[in-house]
Design a binder for this molecule. Sequence first.
Ligand SMILES: Nc1ncnc2c1ncn2[C@@H]1O[C@H](COP(=O)(O)OP(=O)(O)O)[C@@H](O)[C@H]1O
Ligand SMILES: [Mg+2]
Length: 334
Amino acid sequence: MKDNFMNPRVNKNEESSLDTTLRPLTLDEYVGQNELKNNLRIYIGAAKKRNETLDHMLLYGPPGLGKTTLAYVVSHEMEAKIRLVNGPSIEKPGDLAAILSTLGPGDILFIDEIHRIPRVVEEVLYPAMEDFIINIVTGRDEDAKTFSLALPPFTLIGATTKPGDLSSPLRDRFGIVSRLDYYSIEELTQIVLRTSRVFATPIDLDAAKTIAERSRSTPRIANRIYRRVRDFANYHDYDHIDLNICEESLKQMKIDPIGLDETDVKYLMTLMKRFNGGPVGLETLASAIGEEIRNLEEVYEPYLLKLGFINKTSRGRMATEKAYKHFKVDLFNF
Ligand SMILES: Nc1ncnc2c1ncn2[C@@H]1O[C@H](COP(=O)(O)OP(=O)(O)O)[C@@H](O)[C@H]1O
Ligand SMILES: [Mg+2]
């Protein structure tokens, strides 16, 4: 079982440590998701006035859209301590009970990938969320005894890429359920400009916009591309990033003008050429291109669906005419 009290400024691996320095701390700094932010301002303001905890909140949407960031923002705005755990690391009811029993009044418990916690663990969550108690069973069979342990009021924030995988009793216990939307080019441009200030390598507006256009509508990808472009600029002794060096590095990174990378291209080309545009099952497709099913389903497909390049049908995945046009593959030549 892995969990830790997160210091928002300290972390281990490169991507996540950069994530933490890049993360906005306040709702005002958090770009986009305006409707959600406006609602949150009200819920947070009201909870603080009443001196209560915020209602439990479920955030869902594709990876990299700012779910974890928003959880930190909420903890900052609520002036509450946040504890972060990963769904898959909570294996047994006892693991969760141990985490819950260390929460202080008003703390926020953030469970990432909450759809991956086992059902037996979920059952510990229900009374914890509803009545702030946990029921602990000791002994077995006829010797089994149940104790109830009172918890201080806390807020659970769950994040998931697959809300459909949550059981409905769990979903129903969240008072606030919000989907994060993909970002517009303007919003992503703002995010890249902000990142360039944090990293102290300025970027021209047109170059920032170019990165935004190729970021699959996703802040994490915009930040990642910015960092790679910055490497190219620094290596070639540029003191700032202009459109020229930006386009040159994007070409080297094999990112196409609408942000498709090598895996997207492989996915679509295999679907169009080898499987004649489908329908083909995801499993078959995944093994044909040597990618993990989960990765395709949760990372790649949401954006291909958003672009309208694929359809998910009951018989499998299908390429659309739009995909054929983008790759200039002849629809009738196979
Ligand atoms: N609304 C936003 N404004 C500014 N930066 C953002 C925003 N959303 C995400 N980011 C940045 O994108 C990266 C990924 O966000 P994260 O919260 O980890 O996404 P998720 O948890 O949904 O996978 C982080 O570096 C974060 O700073
Ligand atoms: Mg996250």
